[in-house]
Design a protein around this ligand. Structure first.
Ligand code: ZN
Length: 410
């Protein structure tokens, strides 16, 4: 290859409460971090509506992204079999992909993806390949690097190990968000022993595998995921907030169809038209724009939009109950009786979690354990705990949400 990548004049060291220090010594990484699309991640929180339940869960996609970068940097420089199997360009490519893997994130985490009906991965790859600033930073470091970085995120990399390090079932992305979300919510459920996983990670046929002696750390990681999902990600309070967001946009869209949408926030217009957003239009949508929009909408003249905006700003969360047919009919009747339009004030949400998905024909989607003697087994074949979790039914939770005001009628 013969390429050599420019280093920063001195190593940049950022402080971080999860990893203590984040080390950056390549210019290309430093330049990406300073690009405007990456700086936008300061304006998008990591956990959407979870802050209404966990008051300090206000950490951002920016901090998570540099955390994923740091875990990846450590993997490619400290785990001997990974370090020795990659050349410098591959290391830079996977570190850049780690840093940028969420650059196309919409506001409020995944809530907006449902509203916009888009996938943040698609926008991430578009930004990497089409945004002038990001693309030119990558291309200046090495021709073809923009496409190669996007290919790691799309799982189309020439070397599949690169994608597997940042996105699989035991990867830098998940490791960072579990640790970071545990720290910033104050829940200890998400903690696990990452150092032990590092120490026992090996590579066989471009696949990360864990030595059998590391299996307890991996079980701990799977349990951390299980607890975090139900305690944090799927917390009914956070989901209540997100269903209210959904209702507000539904209302704005319906008003738009009748040419009656409040024009206070022009940034929302492309979104209400329901078409694919251009990159500049997408860039304008962040949580600052949304908060400002909610402030303005409070006095927009439409009683439903202004009420929902006011609820979002002041944490007047919807209450919830199980989504049985009986409950739905009863809540619907009570809402109509109290003057609430059930189209916007009765929301449904169902979530399902598979703690760990065993091997289904795609090797990327499993965790592999190298047992004593050298044989490679899939995690659920090697761990009693994981196999018990996998054998059970996937956990489901289906709820309806409605204003607390009708509680006394129920
Ligand atoms: Zn991520």
């Amino acid at each position: 290859m013969g390429e050599s990548f420019r280093k920063t004049s001195e190593e940049k060291v950022l402080r971080d409460p999860v990893h203590r220090y984040i080390h950056i010594s390549y210019e290309v990484i430093w330049n990406l971090l300073n690009a405007r699309w990456f700086q936008r991640l300061h304006r998008i929180r990591q956990l959407g509506g979870a802050f209404v339940v966990y008051p300090t869960a206000c950490h951002t996609r920016f901090s998570h992204s540099i955390g994923v970068y740091e875990i990846t940097r450590r993997m490619v420089s400290e785990i001997p079999e990974i370090r020795d199997s990659l050349n410098e360009r591959e290391k830079i490519t996977v570190m850049a992909a780690a840093l940028l893997h969420d650059v196309g994130h919409a506001p409020y985490s995944h809530a907006f993806e449902r509203i916009l009906n888009l996938s943040h991965e698609d926008y991430t790859c578009r930004i990497i390949e089409e945004d002038e600033e990001i693309r030119s930073i990558l291309e200046a470091a090495s021709p073809g690097l923009a496409e190669d970085t996007a290919d790691v995120i799309r799982h189309r990399s020439r070397n599949p190990l690169l994608s597997r390090l940042i996105s699989g079932q035991l990867d830098a992305d998940r490791m960072d968000y579990l640790l970071r979300d545990a720290y910033f919510t104050g829940t200890t459920y998400g903690e696990f022993d990452m150092e032990r996983i590092f120490r026992t990670m090996r590579v066989i046929n471009a696949m990360p595998v864990i030595k059998e002696s590391g299996i307890y750390a991996v079980e701990n990681y799977v349990m951390a995921r299980y607890h975090s999902y139900w305690q944090v990600y799927y917390h009914p309070g956070a989901r209540s907030y997100e269903t209210m967001l959904f209702s507000l946009f539904k209302r704005l869209r319906n008003l738009h169809e009748k040419n009656a949408a409040p024009s206070v926030i022009p940034e929302f217009l492309p979104l209400l038209e329901g078409r694919e957003l251009s990159l500049p239009e997408y860039f304008a949508l962040d949580e600052c724009t949304c908060s400002y929009a909610f402030m303005k909408l409070q006095s927009c003249g439409d009683p439903i939009a202004s009420d929902l905006a006011e609820r979002l700003l002041n944490r007047k969360l919807f209450d919830y109950m199980d989504a049985s047919q009986e409950n739905i009919a009863h809540v619907r009747a009570c809402l109509s009786q109290s003057g609430f339009d059930p189209d916007y004030y009765l929301t449904e949400d169902d979530v399902m979690q598979s703690v760990y998905v065993p091997y289904t024909g795609e090797k990327d989607n499993a965790v592999w354990i190298r047992v004593h003697g050298g044989e490679i087994r899939e995690l659920s074949d090697s761990s009693f705990i994981v196999s018990s979790l996998v054998r059970g039914k996937p956990l489901k939770d289906k709820r309806i949400y409605f204003p607390k005001e009708i509680r006394s009628l129920l």
